[in-house]
Structure formats: C-alpha cells, structure tokens
Design a protein around this ligand. Structure first.
Ligand SMILES: [Zn+2]
Ligand SMILES: [Zn+2]
Ligand SMILES: [Zn+2]
Length: 927
C-alpha cells in the first residue's frame, strides 16, 4: 500500500500582509477607471430599475489644495453613496465646484499687479476662469486619490453655461413673484479708489479720530414704557462725528440698566455701568440718580436730532456693550453694517448723504461738497454751536483701511439687489419647508429655523467682475431697472450660447436688439447692469442647475451632507432659492458634520502649527487609513486627528487586513460545489453564521443612520474579538488536519467563505481600496462581479438562532473563558507549554450547564477549548441554578502522546504501524 501524504492542509494566499496602500491605491483607482466601474455600476442599476438615491454634492471653492475638512466631507459622501449602491440603489455622485467669487478674482488681481488696471472685464474674467479650472483639476485628482467614486469626467461647475442658464430662470421666477428689489445697503467704501471693497480687501491700522459725547433731547416718550420726560437727554458717544448727519436712531441694550441722572442743571440718560467714565470725560461731576430702567423700557421713545430737523428713534440692539461711551449707540444705517441690520428690524430710513468721493451731497446741504474726514471738525463746531456737545477728545484706534491705497475707508450705503424675506410670505414659506425636511442632527432644524427667522433680506448683488451678472438693464435717462419677459428671454438665449461672458462682451443694444427700450420713459439709452450675483446665489441654485438639468439626476435631492457652517451658508441659500423657484425644499434630508480638530480638540490653524495635511498622510499610509479614520468617530461632532489617533486607526486596519488575509488563505482549495448545506453544519458553525448575520444587520442599520463610528467599532471588534481570537483559532484543527473534502472541513470553509464575501462587502463603503483588493483575490469562481463596487449586499440572510440557543452559546463561551484561564495558569506554572498538552475536568451542579454540554460532543468541546481531552463530573443531584453553580474546572497535563500531525496529546497515537507518529483521527483523515 502506498503511503499517504501526512502533510497538513496549510492555508495559503498571495494576498499581501502589508498593504503598501500609498503605492498601490493609485493603481487600483486607475483600474476602476479603465474598467469603467462607476459607469457600469450606474448602467447596471438602471437596467434593474433600481430606486434612486441622490446625494447632491455641496461645491467646494476651486482654490488651493484639499485639506482635512474636504477629506472628511468627501469620504463621508463616498461612504453614503457606496452604501446606497450596495443596497441596490441607483446612486450617482456628481461632484461640483464653486468657481466664481472674490477669492479667485483677488488672487488673479494680485498676480497681475498694476497690469490689472489696464485690463478689460472679459480679460480679467478669462484669467479667473483659467485659475478656477486649474484648481478644479487639481482638487479633482486629490479627491480621486481619496478613492471617491463619481462622475469626475463631467463634474458640475458654477461657471458652466447650463448652470448659469438655470440661474436666469430662478432669478426671473423670483422677480415675477416680487421677491427681488433694489435698495440701499452700506458697503465698505474707499473714497480715494471710489469703489466698494469686499471684506477681504480691508486692512486694519491705527487711526486718529475725534470722539464726541452728544446729547439728544427726548421729544416724545408716549410710546415707551419708561417716561423720563421731555426735558431729558439721551447721551450718545461716537468716534465718527461725520456720520451724525445720517443719524436716525439711538440703540440701547434691552437688558442693561440705564438711569436718568441729574447734573449741571440737566437730566441725562446713560447706562448705569458707564456713569463714572461719563463723569470723568465730561467733567460733569456729582450726577444724581433719579430713576433706573432697563434699556427695553425706553424702546420707541423719540428724540430730536441735534442739528437736522429729524426724529431719532430709541431702539434696542443686543450688540451694545458697556466697554466705552454711554451704552447709547448712535445709529446711521447708511454708514454701518450693524446699524443697517438694526435699521431693517425697525424699518429705519437708510440715509447716505455722501458721494463716491466721500463728500457730502445736497442731502446734507449745510456742508455740501465737504469731505467727510475734513468735516469732522466742522461737525464738532456745529455741535458746540447747538449746545449739544458734552465732551470731545482725540483717540487712536484700530480702523479699516483700503488694502490698495491704504486710505481710511468709510461705510457708505449704495444701491444693491435684494431678495425680500417678507414679500409673498417668503420667510413663512421657507420656515414651513424646513419642517418638511428630515434634519438628522438633533439641533439642525432648530438652528436653521432660527437663522431663517432672524435673517435680514438677502443682498444678492456684488460690485465685482468674476461672477454671474444680475440679469438687469438700466435706463440711463430715467434710472429705471429693466427686467421684462422679453429681456429675460434674450438674456437666457445669450447665457445659454455664450455663458455669462457674453454679458460682459456685448452691449445692451447687441443683447436686446429691438427690445432695447426703457418701458418707463421709452428711451433706448439703456445699459446692462454691472453687478454680479453673490456666490451664495450661484451655489444656492445648484439643486436646479444640476439635479434638474442632468438626465442621471433628479430633484429634490435625498440628502445634503456638509459642515455645520452650511446652515448659514449652502443649506440656507439652497433652501431659499428652491422655495423662491419651486415653493419647495431642495432636499429631503440634511446631515451636518463637525470640524476636524487636533488631538487636544483645538481647531487647526497655521499659527498654532497643528494643521494636518491629508495629502502627506496619504503619502505616508494611503487613503484607506484616512477613510477608516473618517469612519472611526461620530462625525456629527468635532472629529479629532493626531499621530496617536492615526496610529490606533492603523493598528485596527492591520487587524482587519489580517482577518481578510486569513479568510482568503482558508478557502484557497474551496469551490462552490464544496458548500455544505446549512442543516448539515455543526452547531458551532451555525452559531458563527448567526453572529455574522447579527453583525451585518446592525452594520446595515448603522450605515443607514450615518453612525459610521459604530460600523467601525463593531466591525473591528468582530474581526479581532470573535474571529481572530476565537472562531478562527477553533477552526484551525479542522481546517488543517481533517479530511480535505470531509464535511467538517468543508463546513468550516463554507462559513469562512460566507464571511469573506459578506464582510468584504460590509466594509467596502469605508475601505474602498482594500475591499476591492481582497475581492480580486477571491477566486473568480467564488464571486460574481469583477469589482466589488458592482456587487449588492446579499438579500438572502443566514438563519438566526433562537434566543435560547444564543444564550446557551454565550454561557458556553463563559465556560470556555474560565477553562482557558485555568490552562493559562498551568502554562504560567510551566506545567505545560501548549494548550494541547492539557486536559480539563469540569465539575458542576447546574442543570442548565448539563443541558448545554449534552448538546455538544466531547470532541466538539475539546476543539472549542483547543485541548486534548475533556471530562465532566456532574453532581448527582443537578439543580436549576446559575450556570456556574458548583463549577470547578481543573486543568492538568495530558497523559497522551503528542501526535506529530495535529499536535494533540492523545492515547490514540501510534496505533497504526504505517503511521506510528500519528493519532488515529489523523490516520483516518489522511489523503
Ligand atoms: Zn483705496
Ligand atoms: Zn427710462
Ligand atoms: Zn493527530
């Protein structure tokens, strides 16, 4: 008789232990592109008539390299989209970019230096376009490097013609509803450059100003709760006396204490907390307190303007402080942003008696032609003359200056375009739509509700070049703004054909042709407007510009997922644009992320030196580690990252990778026809499948609810706690030494195969690269699709065990742990060196444990504890008590001989003369 091969069945796989992700991921991505994985996936789902799930991408700004915020944002979206695809949805992902706006225009101007002044708007716009496209490409490649799957060949850009064309429709619809109007709003203004400045163009430097204390006489206290009387003065303090001609109100903090004081033969109202300071500055000493009231009690009292025939209303504002002055703040809505916002609330007049060069106009006749800074002294003289000046002094303070000419700048009200929150019940409509959206963050609905409730009208115009023009013409003769059905049709055709560049290239006459006529005065002296849209209007239009214009998408979106700053930004601008255009919210649900912070929870800042660059992390360890990090924390709160955190994530990754590697190696000689039917599996294998199914169900649930950190935690635990340190350990004996195609070994392989397929799919939304890498190592015959992305999560579930059986297994696991501890003790005592040298005796009086042990064969129990022998000593009288009732476990050294093949120490070694070193089980299992 020929001697049989006694070698054990060693597991084997070529799947590398080390990922080398940093080098190999780009190859994987290229393969996805070459194999058109994204396109094929969508095609496949379309054929299946799959329901769609649209995550609409919020466009990042096309400027600079990607940072950790982008990384968190894009990976989360990718996890959602991949999950939905696995669940059988048609879930396209169309990435987008916000391409217009000041930062790009600013960069381009900076690069041009003095040449910028000699260039035309179309020329500047061309450079801005190039600049944006450069970063679209750069960031696109960086996003792909993160493994983000989507339509990168054809992203949406806010500078695309189709995109801009849709903006014409939205604007027109809102215009028709009466939501769009022209009004005054203060902007930063440089009198020397004669231009409005954006926030980013303003620098702060020390500046000398004259500050004044001015008294405003109360004229009417009938509408206020407090009645200080008409002979009382409200005292204001200001560092810009030149803005006093535009004063229309005085703001008090609603909750501060104010008092009427008597001194110098007059009565003054000021904040109690500033009395001493007031006495020092004015030299009026010994003020006597007459009465005290809250700021809100004086609301609606009316004062007389000190030198103009005009009322000045007492209002309340929360931004009033007690730092300096009187706690009563002079309000000129035409000359300050906070003043302006307060003015909107009280419907105050916005006065701007100052021209583009900074000179008073005839609106302030008294000093017409006077430059405002030079006028300060004259105003002080005037105040003295009118006997309303209580004190003056020179102060040096930080003041806004022009970034270009370094001159001090002013706030000046100019004509802007607005979307009214009140017309057509717009605010109420928007608030109502908020209620129809599912806000995943507990506080999300409350936050956006508060923001929409409290926001002023939306100023949609900017005086810049790089953006979409506001589609309005103006009559140069009568000043009328011209927007009609006819002009809009012409503009729409123009934008569709040439994009918004067309607007800047052609004259009004060229654009409008015969319709170039003012409907008010009939003049054909018409100009196109020079304002462009606020970029938030651009991106706010995206739900229509993108979802409605592309065949693969549909409106409204199922989900918006962005940083928590977008309640103020994109969530809101998108909602307003959608309610204005369609009367409906653009999304069905919204979830927001926190910030990426450092290990100590601090925001990342260049100045703190704690900025972590995703690109260098990718270079170091690969994108899948970053993706795993994204999944590792609850993203709805702030998400920390540090070297220490990354090294923890790396450890988890290694354990997960090793788990997959082991599974691949264990099924290396397994084929589909080797599959053992469920009924024929051992009870332990059924238990393992039960555990897997419970895990898969909860992971599904976690993905669905955006609890990716739970996916991460439970998946890692399952791999390391159940699989690596229990199930796989137990299976080794069966896999390595049992008959290669016997039911016991094939049964184990059946379970491992199912786990391999299902667990790879389950983590694939997170570990996009690794999962597909694993997939490629699964023999073709054992999988369906060429790439894992094309797969679906298995609909057919493994049977779950009944609750009692599960509980019995849990009890058995406790017994096992107790036995392992005893064996470990013996190993520490150096009585044995390997668990297989041990045999265990279990003494118990629990009827429950008796029932559990009787369901298992001794061989099974030995296999599960990984020992060479087990014996039981049940008490004579078993009782229904705790499972560990009377439990005593003793481990001792086996008296058997070590089998060369299976390493167990059993009596049955040497029974076969052919194979003297083997146990009889091994002899039986040979071949
Ligand atoms: Zn300037
Ligand atoms: Zn006209
Ligand atoms: Zn053996």
């Amino acid at each position: 008789m020929e001697k049989k091969d006694t070698a054990i069945h060693m597991p084997k796989t070529d799947f590398p232990m080390k990922g080398n992700l940093n080098q190999r991921e780009p190859e994987f991505y290229k393969k996805w592109e070459d194999d058109k994985v994204y396109e094929n996936l969508l095609e496949k789902r379309k054929k299946e008539n799959a329901p769609s799930y649209i995550l609409h991408d919020g466009p990042p700004y096309a400027n600079g390299n990607i940072h950790m915020g982008h990384t968190l944002n894009k990976v989360l979206k990718d996890i959602v989209v991949r999950y939905r695809s696995f669940k059988g949805y048609y879930s396209p992902y169309v990435p987008g970019w916000d391409c217009h706006g000041m930062p790009i225009e600013h960069k381009v101007a900076e690069n041009l230096g003095s040449r910028a002044k000699t260039m035309t708007k179309p020329e500047i716009r061309r450079l801005c376009h190039e600049y944006a496209m450069k970063y679209v490409k750069l960031q696109g490649d960086q996003f792909k490097r993160l493994g983000i799957m989507g339509d990168w060949e054809n992203p949406y850009l806010t500078l695309n013609k189709e995109y801009e064309t849709k903006m014409v429709d939205i604007f027109w619809e809102m215009y028709k509803k009466g939501l769009v109007y022209r009004g005054l709003k203060p902007v930063y203004w440089c009198c020397r450059c004669e231009t409005a400045l954006a926030e980013a163009e303003v620098e702060y430097a020390d500046h000398k100003s004259t500050s004044v204390f001015v008294k405003f006489k109360i004229k009417d206290d009938s509408k206020s709760k407090a009645k200080p009387g008409k002979d009382t003065y409200v005292v204001i303090w200001t560092t810009t006396p030149w803005t006093l001609p535009a004063n229309v109100a005085i703001a008090l903090h609603p909750d501060f204490d104010y008092a009427v004081y008597e001194g110098a033969g007059e009565k003054y109202i000021l904040a109690k907390g500033l009395k001493t300071q007031f006495e020092e500055k004015t030299g009026i000493s010994g003020l006597k307190e007459i009465s005290v009231f809250k700021g809100k009690d004086l609301e609606r009292a009316v004062c007389q303007h000190p030198f103009v025939d005009r009322d000045s209303l007492v209002i309340n504002a929360d931004y009033v402080t007690l730092e300096t002055g009187t706690g009563c703040v002079h309000i000129a809505p035409g000359h300050g942003h906070e003043d302006y916002v307060a003015g909107l609330k009280y419907n105050l007049q916005i006065l701007n008696p100052v021209d583009a060069c900074g000179r008073y106009t005839n609106e302030f006749e008294m000093m017409k032609g006077e430059h405002v800074f030079a006028a300060n002294e004259k105003i002080v003289e005037l105040l003295k003359e009118k006997n309303v000046l209580l004190a003056q002094e020179q102060i040096t303070h930080s003041y806004a200056h022009c970034w270009r000419c370094k001159s001090p700048i002013i706030y000046r009200a100019t004509n802007q375009w607005f979307i009214s929150m009140e017309k057509d019940n717009f605010r109420a409509q928007a608030l109502n739509e908020v209620k129809n959206v599912k806000w995943f963050n507990e506080w999300g609905e409350d936050r956006i509700t508060k923001m929409i409730s409290g926001r002023p009208d939306w100023c949609i115009s900017r005086q810049r070049s790089w953006g979409v023009p506001i589609f309005v013409f103006t009559c140069k003769d009568c000043g009328e703004s011209i927007v009609t059905e006819k002009t809009i049709a012409k503009v729409r055709a123009l934008i569709k054909e040439e994009g918004s560049d067309g607007w800047f290239k052609h004259s009004a006459k060229e654009i409008l042709g015969d319709d170039c006529k003012c409907p008010k005065c009939g003049s054909d002296n018409v100009d196109r407007g020079s304002d462009i849209f606020d970029v938030w209007f651009d991106s706010g239009a995206s739900s229509f510009s993108v979802l409605e214009t592309r065949d693969d998408l549909s409106w409204p979106a199922d989900l918006y997922l962005e940083g928590s700053d977008q309640y103020r930004g994109w969530f809101q601008s998108s909602l307003l644009a959608a309610v204005g255009f369609k009367g409906k919210a653009p999304y069905k649900s919204v979830i927001s992320t926190g910030w990426v912070v450092d290990g100590q929870g601090r925001a990342m800042h260049k100045s703190l030196g704690n900025v972590i660059d995703p690109l260098s992390l990718i270079k170091k360890g690969g994108a899948d580690l970053l993706r795993l990090w994204v999944a590792s924390e609850d993203f709805t709160t702030d998400q920390p990252i540090s070297d220490e955190i990354m090294s923890r994530v790396t450890d988890s990754y290694r354990r997960i990778r090793n788990t997959f590697r082991y599974m691949l190696s264990a099924v290396n000689d397994f084929k589909k026809e080797d599959m053992v039917p469920y009924e024929e599996l051992s009870s332990f294998d059924k238990y393992a499948l039960h555990k897997m199914q419970v895990l898969l169900d909860s992971l599904d649930n976690y993905y669905e609810n955006f609890e990716f950190y739970r996916v991460y935690r439970e998946f890692s635990n399952f791999c390391s706690l159940f699989l690596s340190s229990y199930y796989f350990d137990v299976l080794k004996d069966r896999l390595y030494t049992f008959k290669s195609d016997g039911k016991q070994r094939r049964g184990a392989q059946t379970v491992i195969y199912k786990m391999l397929i299902n667990l790879t799919k389950a983590i694939a939304p997170v570990l996009a690269f690794t999962a597909d890498e694993v997939w490629q190592f699964i023999p073709q015959e054992l999988r369906n699709e060429s790439h894992i992305q094309l797969e679906k999560w298995t609909v057919e579930k493994e049977p779950l065990l009944d609750a009692q059986t599960v509980e019995e297994w849990e009890t058995f696991n406790k017994l096992r742990d107790a036995a392992l501890k005893k064996i470990e003790d013996k190993r520490k005592e150096k009585l044995i060196s390997h668990p297989y040298e041990a045999v265990v005796n279990i003494k118990y009086a629990s009827a429950k444990l008796d029932r559990i042990l009787k369901k298992l064969s001794k061989e099974e129990v030995e296999q599960m504890i990984i020992i060479s022998g087990v014996s039981y000593s049940p008490a004579e009288k078993l009782e229904e008590k705790e499972w560990d009732f009377g439990l005593e476990i003793t481990a001792s050294k086996s008296e058997g001989i070590k089998c060369e093949r299976c390493w167990r120490y059993v009596d049955a070694v040497g029974k076969d003369s052919e194979y003297p070193g083997l146990c009889s089980r091994c002899v039986e299992n040979l071949g």
